[in-house]
Design a protein around this ligand. Sequence first.
Ligand code: FES
Length: 240
Amino acid sequence: MPVVTLTINDKLVSARSERTILEAARDAGFEIPTLCHLEGLTPRGGCRLCVVEVEGSPRLFASCVTQVQEGMVVRTDTERLQNYRKMMVELLLAERNHICAVCVMNGHCELQSLAAKLGVDHVRYDYLCPDLPVDASHERNTKDPNRCILCGRCIRVCDEVEGAHCLDMMGRGIHCNVITGMNQEWGKSRSCTSCGKCVEVCPTGALFKKGMSAAEMEKHKDFLIWILDGRDKKVWHWTR
Ligand code: FES
């Protein structure tokens, strides 16, 4: 596997040629915010939070889906990038109803933490305030599309790890939604195995377990690497 050398934030970094900029940057100790990306799932490049600048190009690159190249010069934390990321989070907050005070994920939400980290103290865009129906038909879990950021993690984990493909995306643009089965109620979808993986990887309160208070509703994504590692190496050591 060829190894390439690139520069990230003035630091010389070596990485295998199939690695992404995000992986190389994180290996080198640089933090890049992500929402749709989750280690163990196929990268999607949907949220654009992980954008970086690459010298010689005026456009921004989603680092989770851009492979490293020999001689690349990358910057991960310029003022332009910070402004762009802030704008992306504001747009997400404006698109649906992210009212943290009445959300079960308050205090454990990735979107909320990211907004705080990026200094989003207000939203400059008009709130769209859609009124989307909540699906509480499943015996264990609830789907609240009003909190969904359409990152697609739930869909990918259901398809790639559980192998059920119960969840999918329907519609376009502002009418885009995560559906269960053939756009049936979750509780009636026969392809759902009730494994709960989708709930654990959801970054917001769009998917949550029933009967949990805000204080209890912590999600655990570390099961993903454990499962994938176990399948790969046939070794099953639970370390949590
Ligand atoms: Fe790269 Fe979402 S994390 S686009």
